[in-house]
Design a protein around this ligand. Structure first.
Ligand SMILES: O=c1ccn([C@@H]2O[C@H](COP(=O)(O)OP(=O)(O)O[C@H]3O[C@H](CO)[C@@H](O)[C@H](O)[C@H]3O)[C@@H](O)[C@H]2O)c(=O)[nH]1
Ligand SMILES: [Mn+2]
Length: 735
């Protein structure tokens, strides 16, 4: 058991390293700051006196104030970049015999959008961690209330008896079967391995076939239904939003006869579908997690909780051991409430057309907020201390007892545990309690994760953002523009809601988390308002160009310099930052497009919806992210062709903006050529460049409007609407 009793100078279980070049960066940032101030001064001292363009001028000034302030907010995180490095060998030496239990929560909500085979891949990867199996439990929350998901889990519980020993014997990675089988094998020469691989792959395929054909036929075969008492729950007419609570313990980890093919114990596996009734709000994922928190506390009550979305399989079997280095560190471990991993995806294309992987966020901003001890909780790929999630406050000097196996359930039967758990998963259980307020995940916000993480930090806890080289969790990224934008709209709406609520980091977090962390949170919480200056910049300078109204200083004026410097320096910096973290130049460019599209569509619509909600006109919703696509769509995704193909209002907005800039660019150039006035050219060149960049970045949109003929192009109805709208806007006079 090592030297922990000796006290005093025990070596640390992890170290932190600060990013380099922070001094250089501070100098660079102050030159930008200086230029921004100069731009503001220029705007204030040069307001046009004539009526033409006066309001446009004031508007662009406000937009630049908006951009400038937002830029300042984004700086704090770049000053505090910290990376964490655990020493897992030391952990084993010191604590191998007192490792804590870990309860893994897997959430799923719909058997069509989140196929049961996807769910069990995640479940199997979580059951196969390099960790004592009797200390592992996996709870699946099925908000779809689907018999097929239950059936898939039953199949997985049987398959795990072969899968887990196979993983451990050959120490394979990753331990989600589908992902494992889809990669190249290096050691097929080893004939024993090759044999076993073929056998296990066959078993997996057979299982998958059984599950998929059951789903296809729409019913579970009677012979199968007889194999488990759990199916009886579906004898009633179960609807997704209207059913009793279901708790089925598929593997009871206490049972010493529940063993795998090698005779080793198995992790506990539990299926939970909380009660749903039409008149009870179910609070989406937050409600699901809270139900699991209670059910798991009844059954295994592990002190650590891992929560993952159903598409996020574990990609590293040692992850639990790594995060324990943070939690169990003698000096600092006690104050950590959670350890968050970045969200990584296995279905990205080379140039990441929808910017699903934003290095700026994963590699800079999130570790930056983490540097202030306030890493964001992002919903999936996160390990929590149960106590902190259930409302506990951090108090200094409270040493945790990790090994809390009390054996309180030793004499209770599975039936007994199931019955008492069902009560905990019922609708009425939370009535009049602190669940959703002080306890568990917070209700009423579509980004339950961010607000809950913030509340935990304001109770005194710290958190870690840990971004290891080998990705710890890998999921499915959106593969169509619509899904990507709808997801961002949900996030943006939820994030703004936090800013406007009592949880606003500057107020709620005041004196509890550092100012830098408050600013770091606000990078995201202020997504919605930043849509306005962006829209302004994408519309008004172009319209002014069309009307010959100049909004920027002439090239020969010294005032031109700060504009040029901010523009060039900011973009060069952003390219370098992206490429340093492995992006291609094209991916960066695609990212700029997505950045423009998100701000002018998702964030703008979210802003409108927030106002509507404030007026009492709409309610919180949660549009689930689809994790399956048709072959046609996925082929275009592979080729990095943008997918539209629906008449979502967001597409009308983005097509209108693209066309507007095309019209004004052509109109403006025509005017200049006809007038042949070099003075006017000098005054308008900035606007031509701006408008030209917007047109360049929108090339795929024109293609989708006029050239492409596949199913993913922009539908004619959207095209006509946007041509009409763009033309009308072109006719608007400039004040
Ligand atoms: O009523 C619901 C709705 C969703 N979910 C689950 O929540 C997870 C996330 O849903 P998804 O549609 O995949 O949304 P994403 O936008 O991809 O999720 C991100 O953003 C969410 C907050 O908006 C976080 O909760 C997630 O953890 C985070 O991965 C999935 O496992 C769902 O099954 C439920 O359990 N019940
Ligand atoms: Mn997701």
């Amino acid at each position: 058991m090592g030297n922990k009793e000796e006290g005093g100078d025990v070596p640390e279980l992890f170290e932190t390293r600060e990013a380099r070049f922070r001094g250089v960066f501070k100098v660079f940032a102050s030159t930008i700051m200086g230029s921004i101030c100069l731009i503001w001064i220029y705007r204030l001292t040069n307001i046009p006196t004539s009526s033409s363009g006066r309001w446009a001028w004031i508007g662009i000034f406000l937009a630049e104030v908006g951009f400038g302030l937002y830029w300042i907010i984004t700086q704090s995180v770049r000053w505090s970049l910290i990376r964490f490095h655990p020493f897992k060998e030391k952990l084993s030496l010191r604590y191998e015999n007192e490792l804590p239990g870990v309860d893994t929560f897997v959430c799923t909500a719909d058997p069509i959008m989140e196929p049961p085979t996807l769910v069990i891949n995640t479940v199997l990867s979580a059951m196969a961690y390099n960790y004592p199996p009797e200390k592992l439990s996996v709870y699946v929350s099925d908000d779809g209330g689907s018999e097929f998901t239950f059936y898939a889990l039953l199949e997985a519980s049987r398959f795990s008896k072969y899968w887990i020993p196979f993983c451990k014997r050959f120490n394979i990675e990753p331990r989600a079967p589908e992902a494992y089988f889809s990669q190249q094998y290096s050691s097929l020469q080893d004939s024993k391995f090759a044999q076993e691989l073929l056998a296990i792959k066959k078993l997996y395929e057979e299982m998958k076939n059984r599950i998929e054909s059951a789903i296809e036929s729409g019913k579970i075969p009677d012979s199968t239904r007889k194999q488990h008492k759990g199916f009886a729950e579906w004898n009633f007419n179960i609807k997704k939003q209207d059913h009793q609570s279901i708790v089925q313990i598929l593997i009871d980890g206490r049972d010493t006869s529940a063993v795998d093919n090698d005779g080793s114990r198995l992790p506990t596996l539990v299926y939970v579908s909380r009660e749903k009734r039409p008149k009870w709000p179910h609070n989406f994922k937050a409600g699901a997690i809270n139900a699991l928190l209670r059910v798991s506390s009844e059954i295994t009550n592990a002190p650590l909780i891992l929560s993952v979305d159903c598409d996020m399989y574990s990609n590293n079997a040692d992850t639990i051991r790594e995060i324990l280095c943070f939690f169990m560190d003698e000096k600092k471990g006690d104050e950590f409430a959670f350890v968050q991993f970045p969200q990584k995806y296995n279905n990205l294309t080379k140039n990441d057309i929808y910017m699903n992987n934003a290095p700026q966020i994963d590699e800079v901003e999130l570790p930056g907020v983490g540097g202030y001890g306030a890493a964001l909780y992002c919903g999936t790929g996160c390990f929590h201390r149960r106590e902190s999630l259930c409302g506990g406050k951090y108090s200094k000097g409270d040493r945790v007892q990790w090994n809390t196996e009390s054996g309180k359930n030793a004499h209770r039967t599975v039936d007994d545990l199931e019955e008492s758990s069902k009560v905990l998963a019922s609708c009425s259980y939370e009535k009049g309690t602190q669940w959703g307020k002080e306890m568990g995940l917070i209700y009423g916000c579509p980004v339950e994760d961010i607000v809950t993480g913030l509340a935990i930090q304001c109770r005194g806890w710290k958190s870690v953002y840990y971004n290891p080289k080998r990705h710890a969790f890998i999921g499915v990224a959106p593969t169509t523009l619509e899904v990507a934008l709808v997801q961002h709209k949900r996030w943006c709406e939820g994030l703004s809601q936090i800013f406007l609520s009592k949880y606003c980091p500057f107020i709620y977090g005041h004196g509890k988390i550092k100012l830098g962390a408050q600013m770091g949170y606000s990078i995201y919480l202020l997504w919605a308002p930043i849509s306005l200056p962006t829209l302004f910049y994408a519309i008004v300078p172009s319209l002014c160009l069309l009307n010959g109204v100049s909004l920027f200083p002439e090239v020969s004026s010294p005032w031109f310099l700060p504009f040029a410097y901010v523009f060039v320096a900011k973009n060069v910096f952003s390219v370098l930052e992206a490429m340093k973290h492995g992006s291609t130049l094209k991916a960066w460019w695609n990212g700029q497009r997505m950045w423009l599209i998100r701000r002018t569509t998702s964030y703008f619509i979210a802003l409108i919806d927030i106002i509507k909600r404030k007026l009492g006109l709409s309610e919180t919703t949660f549009v689930l992210t689809d994790k399956v696509v048709t072959e046609d769509v996925s082929k275009r995704y592979e080729q990095e062709v943008m997918e539209f193909g629906s008449s979502n209002i967001m597409f009308t907005i983005l097509a209108t903006l693209a066309l507007l800039n095309l019209f004004t660019l052509l109109g403006g150039i025509k005017k200049l050529v006809l007038d042949l006035d070099s003075k006017a050219l000098e005054q308008l060149i900035s606007q031509i460049v701006l408008c030209g960049i917007i047109v360049l970045i929108n090339l795929p949109i024109y293609q989708a409007l006029f050239i492409r003929r596949d199913k993913g192009c922009i539908p004619p109805s959207v095209m006509f609407k946007s041509i009409l709208l763009a033309s009308v806007i072109c006719l608007m006079p400039i004040y």
